[in-house]
Design a protein around this ligand. Structure first.
Ligand code: GL7
Length: 826
């Protein structure tokens, strides 16, 4: 080691620099079995990761001890998805050790960036719902809330997206291939879960409500956990992830001995498939069965673990709802309601009414959608086969529930049919959202509009029956990851202006930046930060697509899953309109723009995969046109994920939130972008409304139908009329139809055109004119640099409300009623 530069001497929560260095060398030696001289890149990364991780372990142990001592009410968050993002930088920040790593790495001739390249993001989710789960857990730890997250340790997370000839190709995400240093296996806490089989009456139960289930198949659930540190506090909570393992008897030695190698391991493969992939394709019967198996596997393992934890400090069942609050993140874990009933009634021999009272007081349900097709249902036939006892329990729950309904609305059969947990036609299916509402104390939507529309439409009969059950808790995002880690330059500027880093845990303090929006020197520095972030993004774009973009162009960003309701095709119509204008008037003075898309389409969602192809085709045409490309560039960045979001968001000028009003439950990308100073162009949908209320109408580009207008128009909608009336729209649609983006092939993108002119399910054509005009207003605003920067500053200054800390506080006040437990400081 050389003494290249002065070392920080102070002691921090991470210990001293000397101790850190010592630990690194010792971990390299004893954990990786190598030395500084011969260490590889992965050796360096793993060593650093475990050295940082070890600094969290002491805090975790103290957290566990404090929780044991206090025996508090715990939040158990059940979610099929977690999108945690990379861990290394986060944990360096949370342990205060980043300052050590830089000088040490420099001495060794490696950079933190090089090491970070080995830090793999666990892609255990799809989109906003999974990232929300991660943000809420971050905030729970930061607020010292005793909480455990439960999920599945998918062997393959969300697929890796690449493009071949512009088409999406999916590659498996083998995220643990090199090992995952952030995870602790906990084999002692394994659980056994049953499937299939039969049920029989319990002999000693005159009510007939207690029965005995004999599963035909069992699978082991092996847990491991990831640490979830709080920021600025010693609290470290955990996420416990379950992996399926075959029970030991599954290996058929005699078959193996007889040379039947494939058959010998058949049962093992079958069992371990349960946690193989996130969202198995459910277009086949086997796929659907596997998904249901996953859901039950998650809740069965988690509930047993929750009960084990409860019993460490409590006896009897009376206190259960006082000590345990289970939050169901969407419908995927809703089978937990039936499983807890089964455990209490069949295994712990409680009487039905008491069990039901405990169950109902334990669960709460968050709904994340308005789309009726997204509300999960399971066929009764499948449930009867896979989980026969649970199906019986659902029938009983429904029976007693419908008695309640009949007492409230005597003779109203229609009401009963609408409320029933079982849908009768066209086939018998279990409505998971209904089961969730019936079995929960509180039900919440994720933005004000969403909650209102849930109560007025999707769950209307329930909201009438139990108005007090319904709550709104508007989503939020963690400022630690999405401002501090993603945007260090902006964070530094904010800290300098506000005097300290207190805003990181009290985000509404950002409102003090509003005064700076009139300070020209501050505006200049704000612009400089944005520009440097755009330069970084430019490099990333060039590296991954080869497209060279201008960091001074307006950076227009649409990053989200590809879905029709989100209307990437409306954005594309705008892009094609700009393309047409430039082709027609090459001399026109257009504001230079880079339009950046990011997002994946579900592998079976053909319409959206075709749209991805079209986006890439338009990008190719635009970017290679010598005239157009001087003003306009279009990029679809491959494999959008949390890590990429952390690079794109700080560089965005314009945030596209253009879903048809009444379709996006909340959105959270909209919040991350506004907090980083992007100005939104958006509809009155989801949390956009609340963002606009806060940043002010003059700092938000609003366009389009509102939710009610959309519903009204849908009744007599004719997209062709819009197409015929508007020459620019016609030219844009015709350009797609003409094959200019497909080397003259008119058939390739014909389905996109047919969908637009046929039904145009999400009214893109109706909103087109308003959208394009609004984009023209964006361009005008952009030309006035100070005006734009002022808007940008005010967006960040006034969106502190959207911290997930505030979201968690609201859950605590309205729903969970949990108190923080303080952990002894370092
Ligand atoms: C979603 C909603 O679509 C999104 O609007 C919301 O912000 C998010 C978190 O509440 O939940 N629901 C859903 O199924 N996914 C979402 O992102 C995948």
């Amino acid at each position: 080691m050389t003494d290249a530069r002065p070392r920080p001497k102070m002691r921090t929560v991470g210990g001293t620099l000397e101790a850190f260095e010592q630990d690194l060398i010792s971990n390299l030696y004893y954990q990786r079995g190598t030395t500084l001289e011969s260490a590889s890149g992965p050796d360096g990364y793993h060593t650093l990761a475990v050295t940082v991780r070890d600094r969290l372990v002491g805090r975790y142990a103290r957290t566990a001890a404090a929780h044991y001592q206090a025996n508090p009410r715990f939040v158990y968050y059940l979610s099929a998805e977690y999108l945690l993002g990379r861990q290394l930088r986060q944990n360096l920040l949370y342990t205060g050790t980043e300052q050590f790593v830089r000088p040490i790495a420099e001495d060794l001739g490696v950079s933190l960036e090089e090491l970070e390249a080995y830090d793999v993001e666990p892609g255990l989710g799809n989109g906003g719902l999974g990232r929300l789960a991660a943000c809420l857990l971050d905030s729970m730890a930061t607020l010292d809330i005793p909480a455990v997250g439960y999920g599945i340790r998918y062997e393959f997370g969300i697929f890796k997206q690449a493009f071949r000839d512009g088409a999406q190709v999916e590659r498996p995400d083998d995220w643990t291939f090199y090992g995952n240093p952030w995870e602790f296996p906990a084999p002692d806490d394994r659980q056994v879960v049953g499937f299939y089989g039969s049920t029989a009456p319990a002999l000693d139960d005159p009510s007939g409500l207690r029965r005995q289930w004999t599963p035909a198949e069992t699978v082991r659930g092996e847990p491991s956990h990831m640490l979830v540190p709080g920021y600025g506090t010693p609290t470290v909570n955990i996420i416990r992830l379950w992996q399926a393992r075959a029970s030991r008897e599954s290996f058929d030695l005699s078959r193996f001995g007889a040379g039947q190698y494939k058959e010998a391991v058949e049962d093992i493969v079958q069992a371990e498939n349960i946690s193989k992939v996130l969202y198995p394709d459910d277009s086949t019967e086997q796929g659907r069965e596997l998904r249901l198996k996953q859901q039950y596997f998650l809740v069965a393992c988690s509930l047993r673990d929750i009960i084990r934890r409860y019993r460490l400090r409590n006896t009897g069942w009376d206190a259960f709802p006082a000590k345990v609050v289970i939050q169901l993140n969407d419908t995927h874990p809703v089978m937990a309601i039936t499983e807890l009933m089964r455990l209490l009634v069949d295994e712990y021999r409680l009487d039905w009414d008491l069990a039901w009272s405990i169950t109902r007081r334990t669960f709460n349900y968050t709904c994340h959608t308005l789309l009726p097709e997204a509300l999960e249902t399971w066929s009764v036939e499948l449930l009867e086969r896979l989980l026969p006892r649970h199906m019986e329990i659902i029938y009983s729950i429904n029976h007693f529930f419908l008695q309640e309904v009949a007492a409230t609305y005597p003779g109203d059969l229609d009401k009963m049919r609408r409320l029933s947990i079982i849908q009768e036609y066209p086939e018998k299916r279990v409505r998971m959202a209904h089961l969730a509402v019936v079995g929960s104390t509180a039900v919440n939507g994720v933005a004000e509009l969403h909650t209102r529309l849930l109560a007025e439409t999707t769950l209307r009969d329930f909201a009438e029956l139990w108005p007090q059950k319904f709550h709104n808790v508007t989503n939020g995002v963690t400022p630690r990851r999405f401002v501090r880690l993603a945007n260090p330059r902006l964070s530094e500027l904010i800290t300098e202006r506000l005097g300290d880093e207190g805003w990181l845990t009290d985000l509404e303090r950002l409102d003090r930046l509003a005064g700076a929006a009139d300070d020209p020197a501050f505006l200049e520095r704000w612009r400089e930060v944005k520009r440097l972030n755009k330069v970084d993004l430019t490099h990333q774009v060039e590296r991954s697509t080869g497209v060279v973009v201008d960091p001074d162009a307006l950076c227009d960003v649409m990053i989200k899953r590809f879905h029709e309701y989100k209307r990437q095709h409306l954005k594309l119509l705008h892009v094609i309109t700009l393309f047409n204008r430039l082709r027609e008037m090459p001399e026109m003075d257009m504001v230079p723009r880079t339009v950046l898309f990011g997002g994946k389409a579900a592998p079976g969602y053909h319409a959206m995969k075709l749209l991805i192809r079209l986006v890439n085709a338009v990008a190719e045409t635009v970017n290679t046109d010598p005239v157009v490309s001087r003003h306009l560039k279009v990029v679809l960045l491959p494999d959008y994920n949390v890590s990429r979001a952390q690079v794109i968001i700080p560089a965005a000028d314009l945030s596209e939130q253009i879903s048809l009003a009444g379709k996006e439950a909340s959105g959270t990308g909209n919040m991350k972008l506004a907090l980083n100073g992007a100005v939104t162009i958006g509809t009155l949908d989801g949390a956009n409304i609340e963002i606009r209320d806060r940043v002010g109408a003059e700092n938000f580009f609003l366009f389009g139908l509102d939710a009610q207008q959309a519903v009204d128009l849908r009744r007599h909608y004719e997209p062709r009329a819009y197409y015929e009336r508007d020459p620019e729209l016609r030219a844009a649609v015709d350009a797609i139809a003409s094959g200019v983006f497909a080397k003259g092939d008119r058939s390739l993108f014909a389905p996109v055109v047919d969908a637009m002119l046929g039904r145009d399910e999400y009214l893109a054509l109706a909103d087109y004119r308003a959208y394009v005009e609004c984009q023209d207003a964006v361009a005008t605003a952009w030309r006035d640099r100070d005006r734009w920067t002022r808007m940008s500053v005010l967006n960040a200054a006034r969106t502190g409300f959207f911290s997930s800390d505030r979201t968690v506080r609201e859950y605590c006040d309205k729903i969970w009623r949990v108190d923080p437990v303080r952990v002894e400081p370092d």
